[in-house]
Ligand binder design. Structure first.
Ligand code: NAP
Length: 302
């Protein structure tokens, strides 16, 4: 079996067409959706990620505000910056690019962001609400994976889903979102004994470990859906995921490439959450012109 490719770049482009229409609708009602991105220090990878987010905002007509703070900024100044943004009616989403310098406690910074502007979905409220399926803003990477899975047209309910990686930003929320959709979920991590024993049972295998070459065909069930979240730069400069793509695609039914799979969807879901926030703010201020938000519906290819 040769897998069909799940094209995250193409899906992102389709979704962004819809975003531009939503931006126009908001602007016609006097709301210009705005996203603030706070970058502390000058980590080169973070600068690239922030640049991609600002570019996506421009592409969709979303106003973006880039706030750069020095690496030695005090915690109080970071919190004051967030507080200002919380009160700024022209800003609907606030994102603090991670990681932060060691002297700034990530948890305190994330909890300072208003729950109503937490478009990364990392505030404790939104994290906790994932457990009950009531999160206002699902975290962007797992949210993007969910839509990629939808493109296969395969119902997740009842499937064995194995997530490799248990981080707060990818693995854990991914597991909760799959559970919410009634999959039987296993979350593996670095201490998991005999990883292959778990992955081989996966109808849906989602890999987010940051280890190139981690998943080889012998670890994959024939016909599995394989989503590779990993982004790794090899010494020769190539970007690869955690899955041995060429070999595993001969065994899987569907697979995401790296690049061009999950990566573009993460940024796209950030814009989705920002628009949702602007629509919620408008609704709260002006009554009921906007329908309650619904997740974008992704149709499987014909
Ligand atoms: P992270 O915080 O480093 O977490 C990695 C997770 O993988 C940890 O839970 C770790 O286990 C587990 N792990 C590491 N080695 C393993 C192994 N050999 N077997 C099983 N589990 C293992 O990383 P992250 O932020 O979640 O990111 C993971 C990868 O996804 C990275 O490559 C990152 O660049 C990429 N990423 C991509 C996107 C995107 O948009 N495509 C977004 C975010 C992240 P322990 O908990 O036991 O340490």
């Amino acid at each position: 079996m040769t897998a069909q490719i799940i094209d995250g770049k193409a899906l992102s482009q389709r979704l962004r067409v819809g975003f531009r229409e939503r931006v126009e609708r908001l602007k016609a009602r006097g709301v210009s959706p705005g996203l603030a991105v706070v970058l502390v220090g000058d980590n080169p990878a973070s600068r690239v990620y922030v640049g991609n987010k600002i570019k996506a905002c421009e592409e969709c007509g979303v106003h973006s505000l880039h706030i750069g703070l020095a690496a030695d900024v005090s915690e109080a100044e970071v919190l004051a910056t967030i507080e200002r943004l919380n009160r700024d009616a022209g800003i609907h989403g606030i994102l603090v690019q991670l990681p932060l310098p060691a002297h700034i406690p990530i948890a305190r910074v994330l909890e300072a962001i208003s729950v109503h502007k937490d478009v990364d979905g990392f505030h404790l409220y939104n994290v906790g609400a994932l457990v009950t399926g009531t999160s206002i803003f699902p975290p962007c990477t797992p949210y993007g994976v969910q839509l990629l899975l939808d493109t296969t047209g395969i119902d997740v309910a009842g499937k064995n889903a194995v997530v490799v990686g248990a981080s707060n930003i990818v693995g854990k929320p991914m597991g909760l979102m799959l559970l919410q959709r009634e999959a039987t979920v296993t979350i593996c991590h670095a201490k998991t004994r005999d990883l292959a024993q778990h992955t081989i049972l996966a109808d849906i295998l989602i890999v987010a470990a940051g280890k190139p070459g981690l998943i080889v065909p012998q670890m994959v069930k024939e016909g599995a859906i394989v989503i590779d979240v990993g982004i790794n730069r090899l010494p020769d400069g190539r970007i690869v995921g955690d899955v041995c793509f060429d070999a595993v695609k001969e065994k899987a039914s569907w697979i995401t490439p790296v690049p061009g799979g999950v990566g573009p969807m993460t940024v796209t879901m950030l814009i989705e959450n920002t628009l949702r926030s602007a629509e919620r703010a408008f609704k709260a201020a002006d009554g009921d012109e906007f329908q309650d938000w619904e997740a974008p519906v992704v149709k499987s290819p014909d």
